[in-house]
Design a protein around this ligand. Structure first.
Ligand code: BG6
Length: 281
């Protein structure tokens, strides 16, 4: 296994995490044969680019930023080499930690748009569930604001036979179609090609009759959930994804984006926690 990849093991599940982007690529409970997180057949696990799949960490902006025009897309954190700080285990779980400081960003594109001093810490815990925590502290003498999203790709049996439940009544928007908000009615049913932002974060479940399971996703301190599937046309434009692979994945992300970006005063810190549970149907 390449040096930048770490296999975390616990009695009930295991994960594969890269030092690049502190990106969790796979999470496999003992009860399943394949990872609950999806990675593309074309995913490149080398340091050259973020892995297509798993949990890319989007920081300190989402997409092109809320005052568009920023690059790289989705911020620089997923391109950075994070420092592996070690791992520890108890009888039920294993936790590994990575850090990223502003001083570690030399040579990357993007930090010129976010010149503040900060320290980010990312903890990945495998056990019965997968838990990740993104923590960031403002080490500058002025307030800064940032966006954040854990852009998690989930493996599903078939995008045309899946539902995302728990979103009924949430304030929603399809930002790439219209700025209008609306109230979500019912679950997301077979959501091919969806790109929807919710302005609340509640526990949701991907109900998957093909893989015969429910994947429950919950977050603490998130204000947004984003649900995305590229459909065939979008997948065709993504070099590290096969055109038909859109059928086996859905992103259900949690974060703080757009006008729900986090404002952080000097010396303050913020933490987002995100939990994935794999349950029988
Ligand atoms: O292809 P990337 O840069 O990894 O981003 C993944 C996707 O992220 C989504 O949030 C965007 O709406 C898509 O347009 C984008 O393709």
């Amino acid at each position: 296994m390449e040096k930048h990849l770490h296999e975390l093991e616990s009695p009930t599940s295991k994960a594969l995490v890269s030092d690049y982007g502190a990106q969790v690529a796979q999470w496999t409970p003992n009860s399943t044969e394949t990872s609950v997180l999806w990675t593309s057949n074309l995913a490149d696990f080398s340091p050259s680019a973020p892995i297509r799949g798993g949990i890319p960490v989007m920081f300190p902006w989402f997409n092109a930023g809320r005052f568009p025009g920023l690059a790289p897309k989705h911020g620089f954190a997923r391109f950075a080499h994070w420092n592996f700080e070690g791992e520890s285990s108890d009888s039920t779980s294993t936790t590994a930690t990575w850090t990223l400081k502003s001083a570690d960003l030399e040579g990357l594109n993007g930090p010129e748009h976010f010149t503040y001093q900060f320290e980010a810490r990312y903890e990945v815990t495998v056990g019965e569930d997968l838990n990740v925590r993104f923590h960031v502290e403002n080490l500058t003498d002025e307030e800064f604001s940032f966006e954040l999203a854990l852009h998690t790709y989930f493996r599903i049996g078939d995008i045309e036979n899946v539902q995302v439940e728990g979103v009924d009544g949430l304030d929603a928007c399809n930002p790439f179609l219209s700025p209008e908000h609306f109230s979500q009615e019912g679950p997301l049913v077979n959501p091919v090609g969806i790109d929807r932002v919710f302005y609340e974060s509640k526990p949701v479940e991907i109900v998957d009759p093909v893989l015969n399971r429910r994947v429950r996703i919950s977050a603490t301190n998130a204000s947004n959930m984003i649900v995305w599937n590229p459909a065939e046309t979008g997948a065709a434009g993504i070099p590290d994804m096969e055109d038909q692979e859109y059928r086996q994945m859905i992103c259900v992300e949690a974060g703080r984006i757009y006008d729900q970006a986090v404002n952080l005063a000097p010396g303050e810190s913020f933490e987002l926690a995100y939990r994935v549970q794999c349950l029988p149907l």
